[in-house]
Design a protein around this ligand. Structure first.
Ligand SMILES: Nc1ncnc2c1ncn2[C@@H]1O[C@@H]2COP(=O)(O)O[C@H]2[C@H]1O
Ligand SMILES: [Zn+2]
Length: 362
């Protein structure tokens, strides 16, 4: 974006906001560029996106929400994300929220979800990583961080994201006009959704989803089943970056690896064991991506595709996922070749299975 002088600030702001508004008219498309949207909104992507989605989903009217309180709450959430984190910042939250909106709009779900489900899904997406410190749970445990002991070393970060969200909900008074049992239920369900994003619990969720799909016993008339599918949808939204188009996907990959490497640098500095994936010298971005796609993203999205079938979006996402994996395979090959040239005693490797896939790249 062009730098501008204070005199033209207002005009340019109007122009940027006009472009942002135009982007919002296509908020349900999978190639939505959240990085551009964040620049156009001057770093307010999360607040702007959430206000828009709450409006178009009719949530403000349905729950009789006070716009001032809503704005205050969303502002607090956005502010509590650490803008210095390369990955776990408010733009990631906005990205996950936009993906969640796309999933909520899937035919299978849209027909069954209640306004409360939509409210919970969007709120959980927006707040699911709030106040993330940019380091992972093992790091918090080994450095004896107070959050680790507070949450007894289990789902430490997710518990913190949830409790912080509840704190901000109460402080903003956003739900204070609702019956006490309803706002209590909202807080609990938000917790269950946010806690489901703990990547250590991936297998548990995947096994249950597979069972439901194999037995064809998913009944979205049941609130418990809708809640489970919202948990899955949020998990998918949280790790969907490898399913975005290459230019967006690549940026997320580089950001998440940069965050891992910063943790690794801290560990090195304090003579701690360097965590898996956090050593810049040995863990390359392409290698991390191929592992993440193969072990986390593909298994999850294969089941999501089964659930949403027939879904154009799932087909598009799987297409990007396979192309991106092939790109990373090719880059890993280039990376290892370069390594071999710097360390000539190491034998030149074969292009590790990725080559046939790499041929798919346009
Ligand atoms: N592209 C990626 N490559 C490697 N790890 C990722 C990627 N995207 C997400 N993750 C990890 O998946 C985790 C999902 O939950 P979090 O957002 O807390 O933290 C995320 C990262 O640790
Ligand atoms: Zn996340």
């Amino acid at each position: 974006l062009m730098p501008h002088t204070p005199g033209s600030l207002h005009l340019l702001d109007d122009d940027y906001l006009g472009q942002a508004a135009h982007m919002l008219s296509k908020v349900d498309t999978w190639n939505f560029d959240i990085f551009l949207f964040d620049r156009l909104t001057n770093g307010n992507s999360l607040v702007t996106l959430m206000c828009h989605l709450f409006n178009v989903c009719g949530l403000i009217h349905h729950f009789q929400l006070d716009m001032v309180k809503l704005h205050r709450f969303l502002g607090m959430v956005q502010e509590d994300y650490h803008s210095h984190n390369p990955y776990h910042n408010a733009v990631h939250a906005a990205d996950v929220t936009q993906a969640m909106y796309c999933y909520i709009k899937e035919t299978k779900l849209a027909e069954q979800l209640t306004p409360l489900d939509v409210f919970l899904g969007l709120m959980a997406a927006a707040a699911h990583d709030v106040d993330h410190p940019g380091v992972n749970q093992p790091f918090l445990i080994k450095t004896r961080h107070h959050l680790a002991s507070l949450y007894q070393n289990t789902s430490v970060l997710e518990s913190h994201h949830w409790r912080s969200t509840v704190g901000m909900l109460r402080e903003s008074g956003l739900l204070s006009h609702l019956p006490a049992d309803m706002s209590q239920d909202i807080e609990q369900q938000l917790g269950s959704l946010i806690l489901a994003t703990d990547i250590n619990r991936q297998n548990e969720f995947l096994i249950t989803l597979r069972e439901h799909l194999d037995n064809q016993d998913m009944d979205l008339q049941l609130a418990t089943h809708r809640h489970f599918i919202l948990q899955i949808a949020l998990k998918c939204a949280d790790v969907c970056n490898p399913c975005r188009e290459w230019e967006l996907s690549r940026q997320w990959s580089e950001r998440v690896c940069e965050e891992f490497y910063r943790q690794g640098d801290l560990e090195r500095k304090f003579d701690l064991e360097i965590s898996p994936l956090c050593d810049q010298q040995t863990d390359s971005v392409p290698a991390i991506q191929i592992g993440f796609i193969s072990y986390i993203v593909e298994p999850l999205f294969e089941e999501w595709q089964r659930f949403t079938e027939p879904s154009m979006l799932s087909q598009i996402m799987m297409g990007h996922l396979h192309k991106n994996k092939a790109c990373w395979s090719r880059l890993r090959y280039v990376h290892t070749l370069a390594e071999t040239k710097t360390h000539p005693h190491v034998e030149e490797p074969e292009p590790e299975g990725g080559q046939e896939e790499a041929e798919d790249i346009p």
